[in-house]
Design a binder for this molecule. Structure first.
Ligand code: ZN
Length: 326
C-alpha cells in the first residue's frame, strides 16, 4: 500500500522540479532574445557531445585522440559561453537548474536513502492536509481581542470571561516567550466556541514565526496518523509527532474512543513527556468527562503534567461574526 504522506511528499518534490524547469525555460528564452550566441554555443556543445557518443559506439579509429580533441572543443565552448554570460551581467549558472536542495536535486532521495530535506517536506505535506496555513491567516494574535469576552461575571464562575482570558493569555505568552527553557504543556478545556482552538492556533502561529517546528493535528487526524505509523510503518511520521517542538492536539474527545486509540494516545503522551516535547491539547470535555472517558493513566498524565486552563463564557464565534457585520 502506498501511504498517503509519502505520495503527498513526492508530489511536493514534483512541484518543486516543475516550477524550476519552468523558471529555467524562461531564463533560456530571455537569453535567446538578448544573447542568441550563447544558445548557439549550447546547441553546439550538445551536438559535439552527441557526435562523440556515436563515434565511441562505432569504435572510430584513433578514438582516444578524437575524444581528447572533442573534449577540448567542448571546454573552449563552455568557457566562451560563461564569458559571454558574465560579461553581460548574468550569473555563471544562469542556464542551469537551480535546485532547492542540490544534494538530492529535489527528488527527496540520494540513491535509495531519504535526503535530509525530506523531513522538511513531510512537514509541508502535513500542513497541507491540516489546512493550517489557511487557519493561521485567520487565527493569530493580530486578530485576537479581549473585547470578544464578556466583562461580566456570572454567578457560577469565579471571574468574568474577560478576566479569565487575560490570565490564560498571560500563561500563553509566558509559554511562548520562554518556550526554549520551560517544561510546560497546556490543556485548554471548556465549552465549544470559547476560544480554545483559536488561542492554540495563535500560539502555533507565533512559534512557527519564531522558527519552531509546530505540528497541528485534530485528535481524529492524529489517531489516523498513529494507525498509519503502526500498520504502514511510517516511521518518519511517528518520529515527527514525537520529536516536533510543539504538538497541538485539537478537539481531544472527538476521536473514536477505542482501545486502540486510547493505547496509542497514552503511548504518545508518555513518550513526549519523557522527551520533554511540549504539547497543547484542547478539548470540549470537562475534567469529569476526561476522567470518565479516558483511562486513569491517560487522565493522570493530562492532569499532572499540563497547566490546566478552563475556558468559559458566551460563544465568541457569534461575537466575531457580529463584529464583521458591523
Ligand atoms: Zn534533498
Amino acid at each position: 500500500m502506498i501511504n498517503g504522506y509519502q505520495a503527498e511528499v513526492l508530489k511536493i518534490y514534483d512541484e518543486l522540479r516543475n516550477s524550476e524547469e519552468k523558471a529555467l525555460e524562461n531564463r533560456r528564452a530571455e537569453i535567446e532574445k538578448k544573447l542568441p550566441k550563447v544558445i548557439d554555443i549550447e546547441k553546439n556543445i550538445v551536438k559535439l557531445s552527441l557526435d562523440m557518443s556515436i563515434n565511441i559506439l562505432r569504435k572510430k579509429e584513433n578514438i582516444e585522440e578524437y575524444i581528447s580533441v572533442i573534449k577540448e572543443k567542448i571546454t573552449d565552448l563552455r568557457v566562451k559561453k560563461s564569458e559571454l554570460l558574465v560579461s553581460s551581467g548574468y550569473p555563471l549558472d544562469y542556464l542551469e537548474m537551480h535546485y532547492n536542495c542540490p544534494k538530492c536535486k529535489d527528488t527527496g532521495f540520494v540513491g535509495t536513502i531519504k535526503c535530509e530535506c525530506y523531513k522538511k517536506n513531510l512537514i509541508k505535506a502535513l500542513y497541507r492536509s491540516s489546512e493550517i496555513n489557511y487557519i493561521l491567516e485567520r487565527d493569530n494574535f493580530d486578530n485576537f481581542s479581549f473585547q470578544y469576552f464578556s466583562p461580566y461575571k456570572s454567578s457560577n464562575e469565579p471571574e468574568s470571561p474577560r478576566k479569565n482570558m487575560e490570565k490564560i493569555a498571560d500563561i500563553s505568552w509566558n509559554f511562548i516567550e520562554n518556550f526554549n527553557s520551560i517544561d510546560e504543556n497546556l490543556l485548554f478545556y471548556g465549552d465549544s466556541g470559547t476560544g480554545k482552538s483559536f488561542l492554540a492556533n495563535c500560539i502555533a502561529k507565533e512559534l512557527l514565526d519564531r522558527g519552531h517546528m509546530v505540528i497541528y493535528r485534530t485528535a481524529v487526524d492524529l489517531i489516523k496518523d498513529l494507525k498509519g505509523a503502526r500498520f504502514d510503518s511510517q516511521e518518519e511520521l511517528e518520529d515527527l509527532l514525537i520529536n516536533c517542538d510543539l504538538l497541538i492536539i485539537d478537539d481531544l474527545g472527538t476521536e473514536a474512543l477505542t482501545e486502540f486509540s486510547k493505547t496509542e494516545l497514552f503511548n504518545l503522551l508518555n513518550r513526549k513527556l519523557l522527551k520533554r516535547r511540549k504539547m497543547i491539547i484542547s478539548t470540549n470535555f470537562t475534567i469529569e468527562a476526561l476522567l470518565k472517558n479516558y483511562s486513569e493513566r491517560i487522565s493522570s498524565r493530562l492532569l499532572g503534567n499540563f497547566t490546566l486552563c478552563k475556558f468559559y463564557g458566551e460563544d465568541i464565534r457569534v461575537r466575531i461574526n457580529m463584529n464583521k457585520k458591523k
